[in-house]
Design a protein around this ligand. Sequence first.
Ligand code: AQP
Length: 339
Amino acid sequence: MTTAAFTPRVFSGIQPSGGLTLGNYLGALKRFVEMQDAGTHETIYCLVDLHAITVWQDPAKLAHNTRELAAAFIACGIDPERSILFNQSQVPEHAQLGWIFNCVARMGWMGRMTQWKDKAGKNAENASLGLFGYPALMAADILVYHATHVPVGEDQKQHLELTRDIAAKFNHDYGTDFFPLTEPVIEGVATRVMSLRDGSKKMSKSDPSDMSRINMTDNADAIAQKIRKARTDPEPLPDNEAALEGRPEARNLVNIYAALSEQELPTVLAEVGGKPFSEFKPMLADLAVAKLSPISGEMARLMKDTAEIDRILSRGAERARGVAAPIIDRTYEIVGLVR
Ligand code: AQP
C-alpha cells in the first residue's frame, strides 16, 4: 500500500561503528534535524547497534561509540523530546520483525546488494550471516514503525528499494495491506560526500585512511590539515556546474562548501569560480571549522555525563516500543504466530 493511508512518520538510523564523519553529518544527520524541525512528520531516530555488530566491534568501543553517537545527534540539534532517539538493541521488536523478514526476503535479493558485495568482498565465505541479512533487519527497523519516509544518503537507495520489495511480498503473501511502501528521501547536494583522498570513493568511517575523512570530533587544526591535503587537480575552479564534469575531487569540495553554507551549487560557483585551490581550500577550512567546532564542543560536554545519555536512550526506547509493540502484535496475528 502507498504511504498515504499511514501516519506521516520518518525513521532513520546510523551505525555506531566508529566516529561520525562529515558524510554522515551532511548526508544524514543534518537532514534528520531539518525533518524534525519541519514538524510535518513524527521523527524516530535510531543508533543501529545490531547492524554495527554484523562486522567485529570491540565491546568497550561499541558502548563508547553508541553513547558518542547519541551525543552527536543531540549536539547537531535532535531534541529527544520532539524526536524519539534510542539504540536499536533496547527495542526487541526490531529483531522480532527482522526474523519474520528473513523468512520473506529471498537469498537472490540479498546477494545482489552492492553493499554486501563491497563489504564481504572476495571473502564472502567468511562474512557473518548477519552481514548478508543486514537489509532484512533494516527493512524491519523501518517497517516496525510503519515509517512512511526515510532520509538517507545515496548509498542506501538500493536497501530502501529492497525494503519496499519486502513490504510488497509480505502484503502479497498474506493478502494484506499492512505494511506501507516507504519512500526514500535522498535530497540535496551532499547525498554522497566523497573521500578527500579519492573522488571516486565515498567518505566512510571505516576507511583505513583517517586523511580520507573529516571526523565530527576533529579539532580545527586537523580539519584544516585534511582540507589542505585533500586531493585536487591543477585547474582553477569553474564558474558553472557542467565544467565540473570529470573533476570529481573539485566537485566534492564544492558540494561540501555548498552544503555547509546552505547555498545552491550555482550560487557557490558564482562566488568561487576562477579561484585556485590554494585560495578556495582555506575558505572551505574556515567554514568547516565554524560549522563543526560548536558541534564537537557540545558533544564533548555531553560525553561528561554518560548516565544522562543512557537515561535519554532508555526513555527513547520505551517510547519507541510504544509504537512498535502493537505493530508486532498485529504482524504475529497476520502470520499465525500464537501468543
Ligand atoms: N559519504 C557519505 N555521504 C553522504 N551520506 C552518507 N552516509 C554515510 N556515508 C555518507 C549516510 O549516513 C547514514 C548512516 O550510515 P551508516 O553509518 O549506517 O552506514 P554507512 O552508510 O555504511 O556509513 P559509513 O560511514 O560508510 O560506515 P561504515 O564505514 O561503517 O560502513 C546513511 O543514511 C548513509 O546513507
